[in-house]
Design a protein around this ligand. Sequence first.
Ligand code: ATP
Length: 337
Amino acid sequence: MRAIFLTLLNSQEKSKNLCTGFKTHQHPTYFIGFLDFMKDINLIQSAFDGYNVCICAYGQTGSGKTYTILGDDTHPGIAPRTFAEIFLVAEEMSQTYETTVSFYVLELYNDRLIDLLSPSSGPNATGDADKLEIRRDRRGTVWVSGARVLPAEDSSSLEKSFRQALTARHTASTRMNDRSSRSHLVVGLIIETTSKINGTVLRGKISLVDLAGSERTGKSGVSADTLREANAINKSLSAFGDVLNALTTDQAFVPYRNNKLTLLMQDSIGGNAKTLMFVNISPSSYNLEETIISLSYGQRLKQVTNGATRNAESREVARLKSLPYYSSFPFIFPLYP
Ligand SMILES: Nc1ncnc2c1ncn2[C@@H]1O[C@H](COP(=O)(O)OP(=O)(O)OP(=O)(O)O)[C@@H](O)[C@H]1O
């Protein structure tokens, strides 16, 4: 796994000593290098080659995770850049491969999975109605059965649907962030390529994950509902830490099942995906303790080894899987609604 450390604008002086030994990038110039970097390590191409890929933002509340994933009008973030790159690669490969792209958008809020593409999602959604279940196929790839998976025709329609889905995400104002995400966001991009020469089908998945930020409730000044949200966020991040601990100390048992977040990320952390983690940190001395924790998390993440495998099947297997019997297992073969 790879981890990159990011710090906010104008922070170089303040964070220089703290980050000695870590290669850090600053907003907004790091955006320029992101796509080149992702191209260098062939992340998007890997999904076309049948691998699972995960790009994730981690860090304390208010450190710029959502900004890293979304960006703004002048500096598009990881998500819009990934959407554009997918359709560019599809175009480049169109002589020999036919590509279909589909996507889902989920949030994990107060330990409940919510389908943000569902017409019934929104701030008052309970999540229960969707009956979403986290499953794994025999290769270890995580799917969420019951989630809506929609076809994407081009990058602009994909981005439009994605931004529409985000309007239903749970956010709240806290002392640490005017618009703090109160949920973990998981965007799944499923890329299926069929060879025009021999019919081989490759299926890759890119997961874009914007984790909710860890927070000290005394600092964020939350109460009632927002306190409950903060507790759920901290609990899930602590489960994430336990998984990381088990993986980096070679323990026989890895406690993925302790939380829905770790179940959802089972293929990305120690699983079969190629994973790139952005660790966002604050330059302020007020956040020193949280920054040290984030940096040490990032350091440990780098020690995790994933076993990336390719999802490929022959024309005949792909044909068999498209028959109704297989279609009843959406977690093995995701269905369009
Ligand atoms: N490079 C940047 N340029 C301009 N504004 C930025 C930049 N990075 C972050 N911000 C702003 O800082 C604030 C906090 O960023 P953001 O919401 O992305 O943090 P976060 O880590 O996702 O927080 P939380 O965990 O609370 O959701 C936002 O108002 C965001 O627009």
